[in-house]
Design a binder for this molecule. Structure first.
Ligand code: FES
Ligand SMILES: [Fe+2]
Length: 340
């Protein structure tokens, strides 16, 4: 007789808990859409670490651990005055490099404690998102998505969706076309045959690429008649998906999911769509509503999975259609080992 146990419970060999991985601290992660960081400091949590982001009047983005060195108040509750970040507790002011420049309680000319410096973090903007790493000089590239600067494409920021699920499980879900007929039966998967074709997978310098050949579709987006679709999905390690869907009527839709690993079992998904088929009839809100409905269908199932993600394929059972998901596990395991 075997003893029943929850295979997803607790840390153990072969599983990834994002908050326990030093390697993930060395990676860039998307923490916000650029437009979310404006006149006030913004709070985020990345791999369990509180992070503050702010802009100086020159438009430059800055980030630090969200703790004032004085009494550890959250700087994200403070204000921006000129090019200074002002702590809400005792009003200490910090310059763009994180050094204290004024302590209001001290008389003019008094020396400032040299240790009064924020723990600055690397921060950059790319692909419409703000990216932060918890360690200096992250050795991993930020995804390259040329369509973000291609004027033929219009961008729709669908939103930031808080999942109570792990970031790798969300990416794994996007390697997997076999769930569509079931999870998305209420939306675009209504007529989907579960015996769908198997994607071909390729290891790349950034992660994996999954290709699906031509498949018939009942309606193409622009011509609104029968046609075909083919798609290529890139998984940029560790947790970014770029899915390109091409239609026989010339439409291309690109789904970008930047997953921020907030902590074990919690992820913020930054979801944006790029499309080249904008017309006068283009309904931005309808696109947001559709993508959000699809996302919520995935979220409902993914939130039932454990926070511990199985990197070792031997921990689960697979069918031949799961090849892309197995490739993602192996690529992610190799990637994390290479950073350790
Ligand atoms: S805690 Fe920030 S100034 Fe005192
Ligand atoms: Fe899905």
């Amino acid at each position: 007789m075997t003893v029943a146990a929850d295979p997803g419970s607790g840390p153990r060999d072969g599983v990834l808990l994002v908050g326990q991985s030093p390697a993930l601290r060395r990676c860039w992660h998307p923490v916000a859409f650029c437009g979310q960081i404006a006149a006030a400091p913004v709070a985020r949590t990345l791999l369990g670490t509180p992070v503050v982001l702010w802009r100086t009047p020159d438009g430059l983005l800055h980030s630090a651990v969200d703790r004032c060195p004085h009494r550890w108040a959250q700087l994200s509750r403070g204000t921006i005055a000129g090019d200074r970040l002002v702590c809400p507790y005792h009003g200490w002011q910090f310059g763009p490099d994180g050094a204290v420049v004024e302590i209001p309680q001290l008389e003019e000319g008094a020396p400032l404690p040299p240790s009064a410096c924020l723990s600055m973090l690397p921060a950059v903007e790319a692909c419409g998102m703000a990216w932060v790493s918890l360690e200096a000089q992250p050795p991993v590239p930020i995804p390259v998505i040329p369509e973000f600067t291609d004027t033929r494409f219009d961008r729709v920021e669908v939103g930031v969706i808080r999942y109570h699920a792990s970031a790798p499980a969300i990416i794994d879900n996007n390697t997997d076309s076999t769930h569509v007929a079931f999870v998305h039966s209420g939306s675009f998967g209504a007529d989907q045959d579960p015996q769908i074709g198997i994607g071909s997978v390729e290891r790349t310098s950034f992660g994996i690429s999954i290709s699906f050949g031509e498949m018939p579709v009942a309606r193409t987006p622009t011509a609104q008649r029968r046609g075909t679709r083919w798609s290529v999905t890139e998984m940029w390690l560790p947790f970014v998906q770029v899915g390109r869907m091409h239609y026989s009527d010339g439409s291309t839709h690109i789904l970008v999911k930047g997953c921020c690993p907030v902590e074990d079992g919690v992820t913020d998904v930054h979801l944006a769509v790029l499309r080249n088929d904008v017309s006068d009839a283009f309904d931005r809100q309808a696109i947001i509503d559709f993508e959000m409905a699809v996302e919520l269908e995935d979220k409902a199932v993914l939130e039932t999975l454990p926070a511990a993600f199985p990197l070792d394929p031997r921990l689960q059972t697979h069918s031949k259609h799961d090849r892309p998901g197995i490739a993602y596990r192996q690529a992610l395991a190799d990637f994390l080992a290479g950073l350790s």
